[in-house]
Ligand binder design. Structure first.
Ligand code: PXP
Length: 242
């Protein structure tokens, strides 16, 4: 299983003062030293954390791969096609939200916009992924679009406890299996922490986890390299124990 580390919140701290530190690109170097298999960044329309220059510099310096999260808007798509990250993960985006709140809407006009974005990215030679809820209809719509991968939204799993969490875990496992059956690579992410990641990491059909806030939070105290190493160890133990 691959661990991609989302470094957006290093940039959040920098933007709080509109200065040049802490530098998310330095955080990426340390995340890679700690064992990250890839670096994830979300270039939001409002540029509240990651800036265009961060994407450019990261693309030039990353030793692993860059997974760019983006909404299907023409300005950001132009940039993505120009910068050519290894992977682009399409996500829904609302200006007033604190963080991504759910998977892409896979019906109506939103579905058409996503399909057009996938076509553009694919013609530019970028690997495509869709951030979706773990629902059969959404998975089948993603498959019909011809994307390379889906990222299952783990937010509902992360936000529940007890029996409800067990249900959400089963829902994720079922969706992951269906994704693999449909020939898609299956990723997952959002709200995963050192405490809740193990059961998700143990889902056989998942190949990639995208984790940001929890790792950056721990990195404040332990440093980025150790924070990533700790998360990677939990994930690898969970997979070994299956
Ligand atoms: N995956 C996607 C698609 C996201 O939008 C985010 C948040 O930017 C993450 C994963 C990481 O979520 P978290 O910061 O809660 O680990």
């Amino acid at each position: 299983m691959r661990l991609y580390v989302n470094i957006d919140h290093v940039a959040t701290v920098r933007q709080a003062r509109m200065t040049d530190e802490p530098d998310p690109v330095r955080a990426a170097v340390l995340a890679e030293l700690g064992g990250a298999d890839g670096i994830t960044i979300h270039l939001r329309e409002d540029r509240r954390h990651i800036q265009d220059r961060d994407v450019r510099v990261l693309m030039e310096t990353a030793r692993t791969v860059v997974n760019l999260e983006l909404a299907s808007t023409s300005e950001i798509l132009d940039l993505a096609c120009d910068l050519h990250p290894y992977q682009a993960t399409l996500v829904p985006e609302k200006r007033e939200e604190v963080t991504t709140e759910g998977g892409l809407s896979m019906t109506g006009a939103s579905l058409d916009a996503t399909a057009a974005a996938v076509d553009r990215l694919r013609s530019a030679g970028v690997r495509t992924a869709l951030f979706i809820d773990p629902e059969e209809d959404a998975l089948r719509a993603a498959e019909a679009m011809g994307v390379d991968a889906i990222e299952l939204h783990t937010g509902e799993y992360a936000n529940t406890e007890g029996e409800e969490r067990a249900c959400q875990l089963a829902r994720l496992a079922h969706a992951a299996d269906l994704g693999r059956t449909l020939g898609l690579d299956v990723h997952a992410g959002h709200g995963l922490t050192y405490e809740n990641v193990a059961p998700v990491a143990a889902i056989e059909s998942l190949e990639e986890l995208n984790i940001g806030h929890s790792i950056v939070s721990r990195a404040i105290f332990t440093g980025m390299e150790a924070a990533v190493r700790d998360m990677a160890a939990i994930i690898h133990r969970a997979r070994a124990a299956r």
